[in-house]
Design a protein around this ligand. Structure first.
Ligand code: NAI
Length: 239
């Protein structure tokens, strides 16, 4: 028996990296998974690709309507899609880049919740996992736009958790440290080595290690957990 038998899940940014690992693990655990992305997504057993740009309210409405029309419900939303794009400090970040990064990482999460919560409300339950980052909790010299968005996701999560707790809709955030994905592989070795050196466990995490945390938060195992921020960072934030 899977931990997500009978559940319907929507995972964003699911073409690769952490989102793909979440979609695969959820499908293994019995969920019917809709895997949304702007890039092509590979179909697999119990994984249905969905074209979804998280910055588009129309796109969200269409994705959620399609799922609810077919299954009558949406149990789980994983707001994983995210970009870094601009690694600069405030003075080195163009306004356009700042706006784009915040619109994917923070506004996308907001629109996603707005689209999914009415369906969860009707069903009287739901679990939402929003992707923040260790850079949503503490400062780092650079990636100003990313930090702004991820910090916003952290507190928007707590706000939504409190707002919808009485309706049994749980909202939690996940805060990965350095995880080996295409996003991180595109960064300089020097940057990645610096983060690993500052990580007590002395290594990168794997997408599966983050997916396992999402599984806990999505499943009924975490039925009294809401508004929490779960770090998956090899001890980085414990220092
Ligand atoms: P990735 O770059 O490997 O994958 C992200 C996916 O999101 C891609 O498939 C991309 O096409 C998709 N995406 C980008 N913009 C989109 C949009 N507007 N609409 C829909 N999909 C879109 O990234 P990774 O590493 O798997 O990251 C996943 C999440 O985890 C992100 O929110 C990221 O900020 C967060 N994170 C990752 C860390 C890491 O070390 N890899 C550390 C902390 C947080």
């Amino acid at each position: 028996m899977g931990k997500l038998d009978g559940k319907i899940a929507l995972v964003t940014g699911a073409a690769q990296g952490i989102g793909r690992a979440v979609a695969e693990l959820f499908a293994e655990e019995g969920a019917t998974v809709y895997a949304g992305d702007v890039k092509p997504v590979a179909a697999a057993q119990r994984i249905t690709p969905v074209t979804l740009d998280v910055t588009s309210a129309k796109g969200w409405a269409s994705a959620v309507d399609t799922i609810v029309a077919k299954h009558g419900k949406l149990d789980i939303l994983i707001n994983n899609a995210g970009i870094v794009r601009a690694y600069g400090q405030v003075l080195d970040t163009e306004l356009d880049d700042f706006t784009t990064v915040v619109s994917v990482n923070l506004t996308g999460t907001f629109i996603g919740m707005k689209a999914a919560i009415p369906a969860m409300r009707k069903a009287g339950k739901g679990s939402i996992v929003n992707f923040s980052s260790i850079w949503g909790n503490v400062g780092v010299g650079g990636a100003a736009a990313y930090s702004a968005g991820k910090g916003g996701v952290r507190n928007l999560t707590k706000n939504a958790a409190v707002s919808y707790a009485a309706e049994n809709i749980r909202v939690n955030s996940v805060h990965p440290g350095l995880i080996r994905t295409p996003l991180v592989e595109a960064q300089s070795d020097e940057m990645n080595a610096g983060i690993i050196a500052a990580t007590p466990m002395g290594r990168m995490g794997t997408p599966r290690e983050v997916a396992n945390v999402c599984l806990f938060l999505a499943s009924d195992d975490s039925s009294f957990v809401t508004g929490s921020e779960l770090v998956v960072d090899g001890g980085y934030l414990a220092q």
